[in-house]
Structures are given as C-alpha cells and as structure tokens.
Design a protein around this ligand. Sequence first.
Ligand SMILES: Cc1cc2nc3c(=O)[nH]c(=O)nc-3n(C[C@H](O)[C@H](O)[C@H](O)COP(=O)(O)OP(=O)(O)OC[C@H]3O[C@@H](n4cnc5c(N)ncnc54)[C@H](O)[C@@H]3O)c2cc1C
Length: 482
Amino acid sequence: MTGAGIFHAATENGLNVLLVEQKDFAWGTSSRSSKMVHGGLRYFAAGNVSLTRHAVSEREYLLNKLPGLVEKLPYVMVHKKGEFPPPSLFGLLVRMYYALGGLFHLPKQQRSFSLRTLLGLQRSKFVGFSNFYDAITDDARLVIRLLQEGASHGGKLLNYAPVEQLIEEEGIVKGVLLNMGGQMKPVYAAEVINATGAWATRLHSHPEYRLRPLRGSHLLLPFHKLPLSASLTVFHPKDKRPIFVYPWEGCAVIGTTDLDDELPQSTDPSITDQEVEYLLEVANSLFEENKVNRDDILSTWAGFRPVFSTDANTPPSKEKRDHAIWQRPGLISISGGKLTTFAIMAQEVLEAYRREHPSRLGDLQPTSYSQSSRHSCALKRLQGRYGNAACAVSLAGQNQRIHATNTLWSELNWALQSEAVCHLEDLLLRRTRLGNLIGPKLKDYESAINGLLQKHLGWSETKIQAEWENFWQLWQQSYRVS
Ligand SMILES: Cc1cc2nc3c(=O)[nH]c(=O)nc-3n(C[C@H](O)[C@H](O)[C@H](O)COP(=O)(O)OP(=O)(O)OC[C@H]3O[C@@H](n4cnc5c(N)ncnc54)[C@H](O)[C@@H]3O)c2cc1C
C-alpha cells in the first residue's frame, strides 16, 4: 500500500518510476489487514491525536473519491456491565473523533442502526451500545487501483522481482540489484525508495527505528453465522483488547490478534490454533443463539504489522502506529503507519525526494483519482475497483457472479488479460478474493477457471495442474483451519 501510494503520487507528479515487488503486488500486509479505512478510535483514546486526525481526514477523502471501493460502515461499540469506558464517556469520545474529521453533528443515519445487528446478542450482559461510522475496503484491490492509475500515468511495474541488494558507489545508493527469475539485473535510479513494510529495516537499518513484527490474524465465517450489518467492537473477555466482528464481501470477519512473531521473508504467514480459539471466544461471548465453532470457519488470514518498537516491555497493542522516514544518500526508507494513511505517507516521501532533487520535482500535485460516477449503482463496485477501466471490465466476460460472491466472471477475464497475474494464487487471493471467500468451493469452478487460464495465459494442462497443486498447498498451510 505504501509503495503503491508513492508510485501513484510520484507518477502523478511526472516522475519516471519503476515499482518492484518481491512476490505479487499486495502480497505483503496490504492484502492481510482488517480492511478498515479509519481513524482508529482506540489510537485516539490512547492519546494519539495526530495519527487519528490524519487518518480521519484521509477516510473522508477516500470515501468521497473512491465510492464502490471505500464504503461507509456503521460501527457499534458494545458496552458490558462494569466495563470502561461507559456509554456516556464513549459518546463524548465519538463526538471528538467526528470533530477531528470536521464533522460536528453526527449524520442522522449514524444515530440509528438496524436492530438486526443486535439480534441474538446476550442482552443481559450489556448496558448499552454506541454507534458511529468508519469505512471498509478491499485492501488488495485498493493497491491494484493505485498501481493501475500510476501505470496509466506512465509508471512501470514488476512483480516477482525481489531486490537482492542495494547498488552503492562511494557511499551513495545508485540503484538496486533485482533477481529476475534467478538472473541478477542492476537497475539505476536517481533515488531508491524502500517501502517494504515490516521488512524495511532488512534493506536499510537505523538505530532509532527498530521494527517490531506483530502478527495479526482473522477468521472469515459465512454471513448467516454472524448476520451483521455493522461492525461490532467488543473487548475480549480475557485480555480486554478491542476485537471487531464485522461484515465484509458478503461474509463475517472476526479480528484481530496482535502477537510478536518471527517475520518470514517470503512465505505466507498463518494463524495459530490458540488465535483461532481466542477469536471464536469473543464471538461466542457476544451471541446467545449463533454460537460459532471451528467447523464454521470458511478461511483465515494473517499479516505482519510494520510497527516501530518503543521497548520490549510495551505490550504489542500499546505500540504506536505512526510511520517514520529515514534516509541515507540516494535512499529514502519509509515504514509504519496504516493502510488508511498511505497518501500522507506518499506526500512526505515526495517532499523528502524534492529536498534531495529540487530540480526534478516542482510543487506537489494533491492526490487525485479518475472520476467515478455516483449514480450508476450497477457499475459502482466496478468503478471503485477498476476506475476508468470499469466498462472494459464489464465487457471482458460474463457479468454473472461467481458462487454467492460479488465477484463477476468478467473480473477474472480482466485480471488475466490486464493485471500481471503470474500465478493462480495472484488471481484467487489478491486480484479477486475468491480463495478467501469460498475456499474449497472453488473446486466446483475449476474447469471454467482452467478454460480462462488456457485462453488468456496460454498455460498448458501440466502448468495448470501444478498451479492448482501449489495453490491448495498454500491454502492448506496459511488460509484454512485444520
Ligand atoms: C492484522 C492487521 C490488521 C490491520 N488492519 C488495518 C486496518 O484495518 N486499517 C488500516 O488502516 N491499517 C491496518 N493495518 C495496517 C496496514 O495493513 C499496514 O500498515 C499496511 O498494509 C502496510 O503497508 P506497506 O506497504 O507498508 O507494507 P506491505 O503491504 O507489507 O508491503 C511491503 C511489500 O514489500 C515487499 N518486499 C519486502 N522486501 C522486498 C524486497 N527485498 N524486494 C522487493 N519487495 C520486497 C513485500 O513482499 C511486501 O509486499 C493492519 C495490519 C495488520 C497486520
């Protein structure tokens, strides 16, 4: 997300940019977040006003500019007996949170919410509910949207091209050595930007900025198991951490955890058994009737937060989520922050670049996106995800939904034609989210998908079979509950 935001802003400002990614675009944390575009009430409550203010104003901007991709979501805070903060104090906090975004009156629709949301809640345990709104997105598609727009401004993109090392001359970074399928290729640039998230200090360490890889995991359940029209926030009965239970892409999500763990370089992170139990426990502490168990889980995902460590004694959830920029000649590194604040991070990187190269970059253009129509409901989702290409996407194949998801067959066609799909997992886990949303049910669509792989990528039967084997192996290892 951070790299895609910088790519988008830099190309918009007329710079000549190449973005490289070691695996697939959005393979890192940015397809594995909770997908909330939010200020983060809990960061605000913890006194992190500046991060919250920026994030709230970004939320408003993105809601306005990317309808169909960034959508409003009602949030309901569930207050239990004796729990802090009580509803009255929380209400005050929400008003201040809204004020940060320049909203001084709660919009009417935010004051009431569907009672269906609360159906089945163990009412006797609760003293009240507060409601407000934030927003939700599809993080991987947000990355692809920025890349697509950046490419239309002339930027170049390469996936599956890890940076093996920096090229330095007399202490100045002049470029990078790329591993292109085993062949080392030097690429030179006026400036290298290291936006490698939780991996950033591997390319460029700094004594002040120590990244603490914190893994967070989620469970995805069928909508009928937790039929919510709002995101519920509840404190976990064990450690009082806030956990969200929320609707996403026609399913329900429970998340997230926050644990120190070893950061892998290029294998997909996965949830542990203890986390599964921990997350199920919170849902079952809420609902009387709709108890959920392991068999209900459709799939899981886990990702690593790029978080800077204050000290080893700080509990993971208390670490600040601010971003930082550190530099050496020829190299700007950035990490931390949130999905929501990508545009602010990109602007700061461009400002740092301009300080180094004043003759190459003039006044910065504010971020803009190709226009989306607000009136066409049918196209809104496609316009949000594909921007100017929405019509071309809808013409790329059948506009029928796959299984019970919102994903259209035409989106698969489009991704295979135009979105640099190198492996089946790119198509099923990031260009679309079918791998998360329907998992094993994909087997029912295997032959139709194979036809598209043959048609668009020219894959042989042997290649297709090998790709499915790899996909299921990955899915078993990192996306399912055993
Ligand atoms: C569980 C969880 C929930 C979260 N929920 C939210 C949320 O709801 N809202 C929100 O705003 N934020 C959320 N966040 C934070 C947000 O997801 C991250 O801040 C953001 O995605 C980080 O983006 P990034 O681009 O910096 O890192 P990444 O998305 O990890 O991207 C870095 C990329 O660099 C690549 N890379 C690494 N090394 C190399 C190399 N040598 N050569 C080439 N490429 C390389 C990696 O493969 C990776 O794809 C969440 C984070 C987690 C973990």
